[in-house]
Design a binder for this molecule. Structure first.
Ligand SMILES: Cc1cc2nc3c(=O)[nH]c(=O)nc-3n(C[C@H](O)[C@H](O)[C@H](O)COP(=O)(O)OP(=O)(O)OC[C@H]3O[C@@H](n4cnc5c(N)ncnc54)[C@H](O)[C@@H]3O)c2cc1C
Length: 516
């Protein structure tokens, strides 16, 4: 028997045969994230318990085989893509326990729990977590989001994923399980060891359990949308709204994205279902009807109402509280833009975790987002520079069918996320085919492999990241895609390296991510 065969047999004995997958089509699928194709894993394993995960890690460490954790696989920054292959890909999907401790207001989720499933379990008890998931939460896991920093739902009020965690149980490269919070229910007891593992892209270990704080669900909500004529107006309006922190979450879109991605999600086929959900969710059915009428009258117009649009979801203890916050928001943001129909945020509140149709563009092109988190005083300058970059490249982009749209989110009170969605005509990978399924794919336009457009998109992506860095941007979801080490001071770099060597002396945990 080869060394590989002996090692795989040991994994089968530890985890059960069904939990060790070496089928060619599985390996081909797991070699891709949303954006890129990497090397083939040696096997994909799916441990069903923390003990089984720890055992598998020990076996990998003993055989000196690299380990790469994967949650829902909904990322696009080469975070679980190992170019050289030959690794064990650890699919955390079977670590799906949810334990709700109502007395202490803490939920413990297995790393593989999706945000959509966590929401269902908590909502049944009238509870939620402060940050409650990315738009990809139908697939994205609590473990994956905590490991690469994530934002969206609950983001204005409560910040990013890393701000909604108490502690982790992490399986280290030795197989030992480290609990990061020294005391139950309390994260900040001495130096923040939990924080060390947020955004680590799995290079320090594999999160097995995550403890998150709880809040009551507020059932009363108002949704409000605004249109703006320029990016400067948009930015001023949302900067002030961000500081006021009246909404649970908000997000903005330019015209290209509004008409493309969001319009497709809101397509005719989905409308009846959405309408039903709007009615079911409305605490006051008459008000639900009024919202529907407003959505119906608005038609598709809110998607074309201005160069930029921002959509707010405001929650309150009762209708009056929500209405009061919405009124304040109108006063603050309305000074810089004009109110438009609220069908987009009403839709998002009804369907916060939509199917992953947006892994392809509105014309079924390939898609990759690129983001930077900017200090507010750099946002307009970056926007101007980005538009100049696009103008300089327009002829080539038109020739190759490459185009972009932009989306924006708050990051706490002081950060502004500028996200650029890049589209190009190209063949789909096994990731897209498996995620979307044959039936859905059959209804889409097909594209042949287009190496010229792909190479151009790669190059444009690099140019955008470099422009973002020139404007001082930081990044979430670093994976292998965003520069990180180059931004650290020598002392910070040395500390990071020392921590890595202490936790993973053989360098087997997701090698290459974070530049480690
Ligand atoms: C349609 C769509 C919408 C999206 N919307 C948003 C959004 O609103 N906000 C946002 O921030 N992002 C968004 N994303 C990006 C992405 O889905 C999220 O960031 C999400 O948090 C990724 O979670 P995941 O479980 O899929 O992680 P994966 O993609 O599986 O992994 C991400 C990284 O974490 C590591 N990892 C995974 N699990 C573990 C673990 N248990 N222990 C240690 N390391 C681990 C992986 O190695 C990898 O480096 C979107 C993506 C898509 C496709």
């Amino acid at each position: 028997m080869t060394a590989d065969a002996t090692f795989l047999d040991a994994l089968r004995q530890a985890l059960g045969s069904d939990a060790v997958d070496i089928a060619a089509d599985s390996l081909a699928y797991f070699a891709n994230d949303v954006y890129r194709t990497g090397g083939l894993p040696l096997a994909v394993i799916r441990p069903a318990s923390v003990e089984a995960l720890a055992e598998a890690v020990k076996l990998c460490a003993g055989a000196q085989v690299a380990m790469v954790p994967r949650g829902g696989g909904a990322s696009y920054t080469d975070g679980y893509i190992r170019p050289e292959g030959g690794h064990i890909l650890i699919d955390t999907g079977a670590l799906d326990d949810i334990v709700i401790d109502e007395t202490n207001a803490v939920v413990t989720a297995g790393a593989g729990v999706t945000w959509a499933n966590l929401k269902i379990a908590l909502e049944a008890k009238g509870l939620r977590t402060p940050f409650w998931g990315p738009f990809s939460g139908i697939a994205a896991t609590v473990g994956g989001s905590m490991s690469q920093n994530t934002l969206s739902h609950g983001g204005t009020a409560h910040g990013i994923s890393a701000q909604s965690v108490i502690g982790f149980d992490v399986v280290l490269a030795s197989g030992e399980v480290l609990t990061t919070n020294a005391c139950d229910g309390m994260r900040f007891y001495g130096p923040d060891m939990t924080g060390l593992f947020t955004g680590d892209c799995g290079v320090f270990g594999i999160k097995a359990r995550i403890r998150l704080p709880l809040l009551p669900v507020l059932h009363h909500a108002e949704t409000v949308s605004f249109a703006f004529d320029s990016f400067a107006d948009y930015h001023t309006g949302v900067r002030k709204a961000q500081l006021a922190r009246l909404d649970d979450s908000h997000f903005g879109l330019d015209l290209a994205l509004s008409q493309g991605q969001i319009a497709r999600q809101e397509g005719v086929g989905a409308r009846l279902k959405i309408a039903l959900q709007v009615m079911q969710k409305a605490p006051d059915k008459l008000k639900g009807l009024a919202t529907l009428v407003k959505m119906g009258l608005a038609g598709e117009d809110p998607m074309r109402a201005g160069a930029y649009m921002c959509h707010f979801i405001v929650e309150g203890f009762d209708g009056q509280d929500a209405a009061h916050k919405a009124k304040q928001l109108r006063r603050i943001v309305g000074a810089h833009g004009r109110e438009i129909a609220n069908s987009v945020p009403t839709f998002v509140r009804s369907v916060p975790f939509a199917p992953l149709f947006n892994i392809l563009g509105p014309g079924a092109e390939r898609w990759v987002p690129i983001h930077g988190v900017f200090a507010h005083d750099k946002a307009v300058a970056f926007d101007t520079a980005f538009k100049a970059l696009l103008a300089a490249r327009k002829a080539d982009m038109d020739r190759l069918g490459v185009w972009t749209g932009t989306m924006f989110s708050p990051v706490g009170a002081s950060g502004f996320l500028y996200e650029i969605a890049l589209y190009w005509p190209d063949a789909r990978t096994p990731y897209h085919l498996t995620t979307l399924g044959d039936e859905y794919i059959a209804g889409l336009k097909d594209f042949p492999a287009n190496p010229a457009a792909r190479a151009y998109a790669d190059d444009l992506k690099e140019a955008i990241v470099s422009l973002m860095q020139d404007h001082g941007a930081g990044h979430f979801q670093i994976g292998r895609a965003y520069p990180y080490q180059s931004r650290l001071s020598p002392a910070a770099k040395a500390l990071l390296g020392a921590i890595k060597r202490e936790l993973d002396p053989q360098g087997l945990m997701n090698p290459g991510a974070l530049g480690l």
